[in-house]
Design a protein around this ligand. Structure first.
Ligand SMILES: *Cc1c(COP(=O)(O)O)cnc(C)c1O
Length: 379
């Protein structure tokens, strides 16, 4: 692995940097100029034209008041988010503004959660392979990071998890569902059992919630019964709004009160709040695009599994983990040579590809056929 020291003009050795940051590299999925970018699970469909013009109008309106700080409590946006998440729970009347908290991407939400509930002498537990940012949030908040391995099919060994939680009582459980990079969703009974066993905060990271397959419920349903459960969501994926940076959590009002202690003053700009509020009004059009992506994802899994020797993990997200290759970096490079950028992530031998438009998926299939010889695939 390369380090900061390898970079010309980056004499980190001269700075009094925290020792645990020495030699580390910043988060960096490559942002390459490639015909087909299928590496960071973005929504390939740009926001619809009606939303683009509404966003432009909303931004023009707030522009006239930018001499003032924004609404610190983002009340109007939280009301819109609360109404949106209530859709996920049949007959829900209990999602109120006090249960929702937004920040600059769910990455910031997660950092705030660890600032409030992690810290020196405390531990967060996750199930590997999982989201590569979890160890970074822990490092940045002086929280110890521990993992238990997932099973071969990337599900969680619930008995082992419950035993570990009972014995160790981690302060924060980090459960990505659907999980990145594997696409695996947790069952509600698994989340509920972990909530019951844990005295700490249980975070279910539902960044990909809108892509889950029919019959996979959201952990939001469990909130009334579990006051220490936190569900995080984002507008970066389903809402085609990665560029706006808006994530949020849904939890008991006490959790929202707690993260407000650590948030920076006026953390969410008036522009961001206006853009997100406007996007929520276009939820139905955006979710129609999500349905198309789910179908592309399912077709992609089927196609990959039809290739000799290739395996693909079940996915409830907008990406598919597939493999296994003797030299995944070589396959990654050959795909790139064919204009298709995927992600070399997850356990050795696997690659991750985002669900894209029909044209992007056709380009991916053609590139993979041109890039992989029978001997590349592990038996
Ligand atoms: C993409 C992703 C997020 C979302 O990050 P944002 O900061 O909201 O853009 C969160 N968790 C996981 C597991 C993700 O893959």
């Amino acid at each position: 692995m390369s380090t900061v020291e390898d970079r010309p003009g980056s004499p980190a050795g001269d700075l009094p940097l925290r020792p645990e940051l020495r030699g580390q590299l910043p988060y960096g999925a490559p942002q390459l100029d490639v015909a087909h970018r299928l590496n960071v699970n973005e929504n390939p469909y740009p926001p619809p034209p009606a939303m683009v013009s509404d966003v432009a109008m909303a931004v023009a309106e707030v522009a006239a008041g930018l001499n003032r700080y924004p609404d610190r409590d983002a009340t109007a946006l939280r009301a819109g988010l609360a109404a949106y998440v209530a859709r996920d729970v049949p007959g829900a009347t209990w999602v109120d503004v006090g249960q929702v908290w937004p920040a600059n991407g769910s990455n910031e939400v997660m950092l705030q959660l660890l600032q409030a509930f992690g810290g020196p002498g405390r531990t967060a537990l996750a199930f590997a392979p999982t989201y590569s940012m979890y160890p970074d949030y822990c490092r940045d908040t002086f929280t110890a990071y521990a993992t238990l391995p997932r099973r071969e099919d990337f599900t969680i060994d619930l008995d082992a998890a419950l035993a570990h939680v009972a014995a160790e009582q981690p302060d924060v459980l980090l459960l990505a569902s659907p999980n990145n990079p594997t696409g695996t969703a947790l069952r509600l009974d698994e989340v509920a059992a972990l909530c019951t066993a844990s005295r700490g905060i249980v975070v279910v990271d539902e960044a990909y919630a809108e892509f889950r397959r029919p019959g996979t419920p959201s952990a939001i349903e469990l909130l009334p019964a579990h006051p220490r459960l936190v569900v995080t969501r984002t507008m970066s994926k389903a809402f085609a709004l990665a560029g706006a940076r808006l994530g949020y959590l849904v939890a008991s009002p006490a959790v929202v009160d707690a993260v407000q202690l650590v948030r920076l003053p006026y953390h969410l700009s008036a522009v961001t709040q206006a853009v997100a509020r406007t996007a929520l009004r276009h939820a139905d059009a955006l979710l129609a695009g999500v349905a198309a992506l789910r179908a592309e994802r399912d077709a992609l899994v089927d196609w990959l599994r039809a290739q000799p020797g290739v395996v693909a993990a079940d996915s409830d997200a907008n990406f598919v983990l597939f493999g296994r290759f003797a030299d995944r970096d070589a396959v990654w490079r050959r795909l790139l040579d064919h204009g298709v950028l995927v992600r070399a992530t997850g356990p050795d031998g696997w690659l991750r590809v985002s669900a894209g438009t029909p044209a992007e998926m056709a380009a991916f299939r053609a590139a993979l056929l041109a890039s992989v010889e029978p001997g590349d695939v592990l038996a």
